[in-house]
Design a protein around this ligand. Structure first.
Ligand SMILES: Cc1ncc(C[n+]2csc(CCOP(=O)(O)OP(=O)(O)O)c2C)c(N)n1
Ligand SMILES: [Mg+2]
Length: 576
């Protein structure tokens, strides 16, 4: 039996699990692992500046490419730094391998460096946790962790390798080097449920389809589904692009209070909802501010999601692709409804015209910037965004055909995501243009990761949306409280920060300069370098999302409190 070090065993497991990249910072506990990774030609270890970024990068590897990313951290502090991104992946259903490292378990000594109960700390934000006791079991447990992460509702799984396993040699018989097959969700829907769904859809005059990221696996069969039913298709935020947004039946990301009026009225005229691969979470529904036309058919891989927030007339636990495949042959084929399509197209045109009419020429209109970026970089571009106003602007302005092109921290909504996510996405999909839309507050959290991009030659473009505020919060404070406590940012010299990490920083002051700025960005990226653009963004037009959330939350308050809040806002406007 061959004798291998723990580090060699773990590297083999990562290779066989098809993990292309690990992100982290080495420490005394796992230097053996890093040393072994240096020899792998299938797994590339990437050094980051902060483990928070490591987890965002690993998350983005999967979102952009469907391959499993790995956050590779030292015990204690490395793990706690990474926990923001692990929690984001947990809440956004992103599979992730958290390769932790533990104290020595062979010495019996207490008060060891970094010793905390790591598995307990990550229990609420991981699907499963492993601590192999032998070198032999480490291989199998890592492969099992990777399988669990990707099967069923995806999410992070942690494996803690005790440091002593790395140090010593183990007699192991590993299978001959194979590359792990993709872990497909194969849960098929029960026949009678598919028949019932087909009946409900056939009985309706106009179905509404609502898709989340969980429907991505159904791919182009979603188009066939929508066309057969001649049904408008709305998406969640994460599901943006899962149904091609250039399709004439593509409605809007959402359909409730936070959607423009045409999308609300089209949805309102529907008389059944077919929701696939979504959970009706708070952010996607803009504070539960939508009412799915009933009856609701809710299809999801997770039984816990079905009917949890909105009662489902028919709940079906299934993989999305398997469900759509089973449903399609049972549906009649509807003719295209030109009136419906014209209504949707006119609605979109009105939204675009309204955006173009708004804004001041001395700053940069988000819509014009995003349209120009899409025009220039085409359908392959991947956009990452952050928690903040920029996410909702991007959600409303970008038109994307395909999943994996809009990477946003949604349900945990952790600021600091966009820059590291762009780096992870670019490493996973080097041929795709990758553009980060970073809030100027969020940039302060992980912007130094540009050093990683500069050092590794990762040519991402980071547009920093400089409004000098924490706008998503400041806008609410302004409306409700007429003052912005702790949400106006101290000014900072972005170009000096960029200079410090060896990254070129361009400025973009007004709409008229958008094309020139993009040309300069392209010039820098062509050299294999990252680039930052300091954008004087015009946030004066509120997103439909923000307007919708304010309305929904206000309406939900009891009358007494509603009057108190409105009274306070008006009072402060009058007397300051
Ligand atoms: C880690 C973290 N801290 C605080 C928040 C609360 N929060 C949500 S959006 C937001 C504003 C973000 O400001 P900025 O990055 O400048 O983006 P903008 O909204 O101005 O575009 C804040 C503070 C959060 N989501 N995550
Ligand atoms: Mg801001």
């Amino acid at each position: 039996m061959p004798s291998l070090t723990g580090a060699q065993i773990v590297v083999r497991a990562l290779e066989d699990a098809g993990v292309p990249l690990t992100f982290g910072i080495p420490g005394t506990h796992n230097i053996e692992l890093y040393d072994a990774l240096a020899l792998s030609d299938r797994v590339r270890p990437v050094l980051v500046t902060d483990e928070q970024s490591a987890s965002f990068m690993a998350d983005a590897v999967w979102r952009a490419s469907g391959r499993l990313g790995c956050v590779n951290v030292v015990p204690g502090a490395g793990l706690t730094h990474a926990m923001s991104g692990i929690a984001e992946a947990f809440m956004d259903n992103v599979p992730l391998l958290v390769l932790g490292c533990g104290i020595r378990r062979d010495t019996g000594m207490a008060f060891q460096l970094h010793d905390v109960d790591q598995l307990a700390m990550v229990a609420p934000i991981t699907k499963a946790r492993f601590r192999p006791e032998t070198g032999r079991s480490a291989y199998a447990e890592i492969l099992e962790a990777c399988r669990i992460a990707q099967q069923g509702p995806p999410g992070p799984v942690m494996v803690e390798i005790p440091a002593n396993l790395y140090l010593f040699k183990h007699e192991v018989d590993l299978p001959p080097g194979t590359s792990e097959a993709a872990h497909a969700n194969v849960a098929a829907p029960p026949d009678e449920a598919v028949v019932r769904a087909a009946e409900l859809l056939a009985a309706a005059k106009r179905p509404l389809i609502y898709v989340g990221l969980g429907a991505a696996g159904a791919g182009s069969s979603l188009v066939e589904l929508a066309e057969r039913l001649e049904a408008p298709v709305a998406s969640t935020i994460q599901g943006k692009g899962v149904f091609p947004e250039s399709h004439p039946l593509s409605l809007w990301p959402g359909f409730g209070d936070a959607a423009p009026s045409f999308a609300r009225s089209v949805a309102h005229d529907c008389d059944v909802t077919l929701a696939i691969g979504c959970r009706f979470g708070e952010v996607a529904t803009a504070s539960y501010g939508l009412e799915p036309p009933s009856p609701l058919i809710h299809v999801d891989i997770s039984p816990e999601a079905i009917g949890r927030n909105y009662p489902a007339a028919l709940g079906i636990v299934s993989d999305a692709a398997a469900f759509v495949r089973a449903l399609l042959p049972r549906l009649p084929r509807c003719a295209p409804d030109d009136k419906l399509r014209a209504r949707i197209s006119a609605g979109h045109a009105e939204v675009v015209a309204d955006r173009h009419a708004h804004g001041d020429a001395s700053r940069v209109s988000p819509a014009r910037l995003l349209e120009a970026l899409q025009q220039h970089f085409g359908g392959d571009a991947i956009f990452t965004s952050d928690s903040g106003n920029g996410t909702f602007i991007a959600m409303e302005c970008l038109r994307l055909d395909g999943a994996g092109k809009f990477l946003a921290p949604v349900d945990y909504s952790c600021m600091g995501y966009s820059v590291p996510a762009a780096i992870g996405a670019k490493l996973a999909r080097p041929e795709a243009p990758v553009i980060a839309l970073a809030g100027d507050g969020a940039f302060l959290m992980t912007g130094l990761e540009l050093l990683t991009a500069a050092h590794e030659g990762i040519a991402v473009a980071v547009f920093v949306l400089r409004d000098r505020e924490l706008a998503q919060i400041a806008q609410f404070q302004d409306v409700a409280l007429n003052r912005k406590t702790c949400s106006e940012l101290p000014d900072y010299d972005l170009s000096a920060i960029c200079r410090g990490v060896g990254v070129e920083c361009l400025t973009l002051e007004r709409n008229a300069d958008v094309a020139d700025a993009i040309a300069s960005v392209v010039r820098v990226m062509a050299l294999g370098k990252p680039v930052v653009v300091d954008v004087a963004i015009d946030y004066s037009q509120k997103t439909y999302f923000t307007q919708g959330v304010v309305k929904t939350n206000l309406r939900r308050l009891p009358w007494r409190d509603r009057l108190r809040f409105v009274g306070r806002a008006i009072g402060r406007r009058i007397v300051g």
